[in-house]
Design a protein around this ligand. Structure first.
Ligand SMILES: [Zn+2]
Length: 470
């Protein structure tokens, strides 16, 4: 196994491009709400208004170059096979969904592949503007039509989480809509830190793959065997355990804690939030800046008197900075806990507000169903052209979505490299990705997949030894 990753990803022969003769389904809107709003821009869409990405003549060609020269087919397929053995059920019975290039949302559902070559050939032939990954079934999804309905049941799937900036829009002040900047990225970064530690420490999961969604969100793929085999009910319990934020934009108070004791998981989350609250919420987002904003915070306080006193004070001194207003709020809560019957509620109120702003806002529906399709790592976001690259959770604060490679920046980088670099005798030929800024992301993905495969290998060895002993 040591060097399966050492070989070129591109050592599979490129297929010929065939005439398209699929029978496709034009389907329902995408399962991912971020993508529901997408307009296609591949191939001549006139309605597209991408945020930071210029539509270029032939962008479909750029996508084709990406799939041909950069997509890490081998590591990707071994990842989904969860074994270094030849492709087996976990890969072969996995549902893929391709969205064809073009203006319409034309979905190719229930695709599955027997080998890495077959997968790669189909990707190159179709040049999908999006690839979704679904569950592993009891049989090959591509044989759906010849199978009895009962023969095709989902049996496993990574536990997945989706965090979207959309859910922070009710208080995000630096940007709105599809835009994102380094300031509001910190909201996502804190969410990653909290969810990552909860999944590792509360559930003991080890293999968490965090992936940038290409525009303004992240996905987490929990790949441990135990996570992949969770039933829908078990997924629901985990999602509900982590669903601390209740209610949408219409509901003001979204966190309700027990008065006297804080769950250890929330104590840990609160500790993480304490590090960031002042900078991210008070300084960057200025959530107490004007009346419209501070009213949302005051509505989390369960005492009319406290609310009124703060509101009066801030109206008279509205130019006070949010950090100073927060100090006023803390002082008011502190003095009021001594005189009111609601002392316990007021004591936890500060923590409730902090959690409300920085605890991860999860799209629970994504996590609860094994059959839910999720956009694949390393595909390209249809409206930004950015590659959905993995994020190292420990470094998520420094991750800058604005510098994630796009298919056109990669195209330029590789051309620049090839133009300026003369290969010396004996020098190893680099993989195309190594010539570009995609390199660290693919190397991280390689390492991640290797670590899972090593564990499977060790498990299989141990099982073999056991069976030989008996
Ligand atoms: Zn922003």
């Amino acid at each position: 196994m040591a060097n399966f990753l050492g070989e070129s990803y591109m050592d599979i022969d490129d297929p010929e491009v065939h005439e398209d003769n699929d029978v496709d389904m034009i389907i329902e809107s995408s399962s991912n709400k971020e993508d529901d709003k997408e307009r296609n821009f591949w191939k001549g869409s006139t309605n597209a208004k991408p945020d930071k990405f210029e539509i270029e003549e032939g962008s479909l060609e750029l996508l084709r170059v990406f799939y041909k020269r950069f997509f890490p087919y081998k590591t990707y397929c071994y990842w989904l096979n969860y074994s270094i053995d030849p492709m087996d059920k976990p890969f072969q019975n996995r549902e893929f969904n391709f969205v064809k290039p073009g203006d319409d949302e034309v979905y190719m559902r229930y695709l599955s592949f027997d080998t890495i070559e077959e997968f790669k050939n189909e990707v190159l032939r179709v040049c999908p503007k999006k690839i979704d990954i679904g569950a592993v079934f009891t049989a090959k999804p591509k044989e759906k039509k010849s199978l009895k309905l009962s023969a095709l049941k989902p049996v496993e799937k990574e536990l997945i989480f989706d965090i979207d900036m959309n859910d922070y829009d009710e208080f995000r002040t630096c940007c709105s809509g599809a835009t994102i900047c380094e300031k509001c990225w910190q909201l996502i970064a804190v969410a990653i830190k909290i969810l990552d530690s909860a999944l590792r420490e509360d559930f003991g999961f080890k293999y968490l793959l965090w992936v940038y969604s290409g525009r303004r969100g992240v996905h987490c793929w929990v790949c441990d065997e135990r996570a992949r085999k969770l039933s829908d009910d078990e997924r629901k319990s985990i999602a509900s355990y982590l669903g601390v934020i209740k209610g949408g934009a219409q509901q003001n108070k979204k966190v309700h804690l027990y008065k006297n004791s804080l769950h250890p998981s929330l104590t840990r989350a609160h500790k993480i939030i304490e590090e960031y609250f002042e900078r991210v919420i008070l300084e960057d987002q200025e959530v107490l800046k004007d009346e419209r904003e501070w009213t949302k915070v005051l509505e989390c306080i369960p005492d009319d008197g406290v609310r009124r006193r703060l509101d009066d004070d801030w109206r008279k001194n509205s130019s006070r900075h949010s950090t100073e207003k927060w100090d006023n709020l803390l002082a008011e809560l502190e003095s009021s806990t001594k005189m009111t019957k609601k002392a316990d509620s007021l004591r936890v109120c500060k923590i409730e507000i902090m959690l409300q702003y920085l605890y991860p806002r999860l799209d629970e529906a994504v996590s609860t169903k094994m059959i839910h399709l999720l956009k694949s790592p390393f595909c390209v976001h249809p409206s930004t052209g950015r590659v959905c690259v993995p994020i190292i959770p420990e470094e998520c604060e420094n991750f800058n979505p604005m510098v994630v490679p796009t298919i056109s920046s990669l195209y330029n980088e590789i051309n620049d490299y090839d133009r300026s670099h003369v290969k010396n005798d004996g020098e190893r030929s680099l993989h195309d990705y190594e010539k570009t800024s995609l390199s660290p992301y693919i190397k991280y993905f390689d390492k991640f997949v290797q670590s899972i495969l090593k564990e499977t290998l060790a498990k299989n060895k141990a099982a073999m030894q056991m069976s030989m002993e008996f």
